[in-house]
Design a protein. Structure first.
Length: 489
């Protein structure tokens, strides 16, 4: 199976590339990204036969359907990373929390957020490919708090890979920051910057455009790659758990094979939702994908009105910061599959130049046939956290955004799967505040508050973070990032 470019081909690159090429060099012509040439279909009996397979076997089968050009041993090594999850036999528990309402918990990996689902295996594959080709890669990441820890964890001491990770100092939770700054491997560099996430991202962009930076990379025989969700190497691992979650509902006796479900996805860059879209197009029975947003509700507007409009929008800081995103990169892949490369290029050019595009009526209907959307304010989210906690289920603020979208979109009597993207330990200050109305001064206090209310303990791996030595002490102004990264290289 080959991958082609979402904005068409500019003549300077191959017209189509293999899976491994799309992973190693994820950017394509006209600023586009790679998407599968055609979306493959499950065979007639695939879902039935998968019922008695475990997560890894399902993953292996799906990678086979995409005919990925990755050696078998490397695939096995990648899938072995799921052994680091709480339950290696079932890395993604699916639990019932209400009438026809289920939560697929995607946060049982090493860094306690759903980024591990894809980044754990992806890290093994990227490093394996780099070693086989005797190439060296630098991964640059700007993080609002979850991608950073997950990328650092997966690439720790991995041959042929270096990671430089920028985070906004003060813009993450204590737990997220500690997960990053206690990483002491030689191939990892963590840089705190004075500023917010937008500043970190803008600084990253500037650096990528710098001549001195590029010359240094050439001199060090190092290439740039990306570990964000524009990389299809991440998306493929985000499709597996959607299929798994559906099969779990069948195994648990809640639905029959063939019954349709709603998938309710807390969305930012749309990688998680895109995985659901691919699973559906491959043959998973889905009624709608429900896109949940926070107050940064561009996706809600896109799906309800057909307009992607950034003209009068400022990024709003919310208690679900991993969804504080205005330019949602993976929507582009859906546009491409629905409307083709020429139209996608036109829409994305408009968005870049005019900060706005409007789908026509037919296109809007095509989107609404797949997606329904709603957004949730922090206040509404807090109320959901409290309500579900009182019924015995503890959820984080990202997951909580789903409950409103679930209420407004799931109007058929079908089962719904809500995707839970973070453990409570990562966003304890907002959760404690939702539960008590009080503001704890530190994460550790908030963690203890929640643990006490829930009758549980603060997990050891989280408690340990607070006494680990700080290995990454770099904290700089935006202007000095280039110097720091060059020194690291
Ligand atoms: C990354 C992230 C999201 C958003 O996922 P996308 O794939 O970017 O839409 C939601 N919640 C949490 C906790 C995350 O870390």
């Amino acid at each position: 199976m080959n991958f082609i470019e979402t904005r068409g081909n500019d003549g300077s690159r191959p017209v189509s590339v293999s899976f491994s090429q799309a992973i190693l060099n994820p950017m394509s012509s006209f600023g586009g990204i790679y998407a599968p040439e055609v979306i493959p279909r499950f065979g007639e009996t695939f879902l039935k036969e998968s019922l008695d397979k475990d997560y890894k076997a399902l993953a292996r089968d799906i990678l086979d359907i995409f005919q990925v050009d990755i050696p078998g041993e490397l695939v096995e090594a990648a899938l072995a990373t799921y052994d680091r999850f709480d339950d290696p036999a079932n890395p993604v528990p699916v639990v019932k929390i209400g009438d026809r309402l289920h939560v697929s918990e995607l946060y049982h990996g090493p860094t306690r957020a759903f980024k591990d689902m894809a980044l754990q295996p992806f890290g093994v594959i990227l490093s394996g490919l780099a070693q086989a080709r005797d190439e060296h890669y630098l991964i640059m990441a700007a993080t609002s708090g979850d991608t950073g820890p997950a990328a650092l964890d997966t690439f720790r001491n991995k041959p042929n890979i270096k990671v430089a990770c920028l985070y906004p100092d003060g813009g993450t939770s204590d737990v997220q920051r500690l997960q990053m700054v206690t990483e002491d491997a030689d191939n990892l560099k963590v840089i705190g910057i004075h500023g917010n996430f937008d500043d970190a991202q803008a600084a990253l962009k500037r650096l990528l455009g710098s001549d001195l930076f590029r010359a240094t990379l050439v001199e060090k025989h190092t290439q740039l790659s990306a570990a964000n969700s524009v990389n299809f190497g991440r998306i493929i691992f985000q499709l597996i758990y959607h299929v798994h979650s559906y099969l779990e509902l069948v195994r648990q006796g809640h639905i029959q094979l063939g019954d349709k479900v709603y998938m309710v996805v807390p969305s930012g860059n749309f990688g998680n939702a895109l995985g659901g879209y691919y699973a559906w197009q491959m043959g998973l029975p889905v009624e709608k994908i429900v896109i949940a947003s926070n107050a940064n509700n561009v996706l809600t507007d896109l799906i309800n009105t057909g307009a992607y409009d950034l003209r009068d929008r400022q990024l709003i800081g919310t208690s679900s910061p991993a969804m504080d995103i205005l330019k949602s990169s993976n929507v582009e892949r859906v546009l491409f599959h629905l409307f083709g490369a020429a139209r996608t290029r036109e829409l994305m050019r408009q968005l870049d130049e005019e900060k706005y595009y409007q789908l026509n009526e037919e296109e809007r209907q095509a989107m609404q046939a797949l997606f329904c959307a709603d957004f949730c304010t922090d206040e509404e989210g807090k109320a959901y956290i409290k309500e579900y906690f009182e019924q015995g289920y503890l959820m984080d603020p990202h997951t909580a955004t789903c409950m409103k979208a679930h209420a407004s979109c799931c109007d058929q009597p079908l089962h719904a799967i809500v995707y839970s993207t973070a453990e409570w330990t990562k966003f304890s200050p907002s959760i404690a505040n939702a539960l008590t109305g009080e503001v704890d001064a530190h994460d550790l206090d908030a963690l203890k508050t929640i643990a006490r209310l829930a009758g549980t303990e603060v997990p050891e791996r989280i408690k340990q973070l607070f006494s680990k030595p700080i290995a990454q002490k770099t904290l700089v102004n935006k202007e000095d990032i280039e110097k720091e990264v060059l020194a690291f290289l």
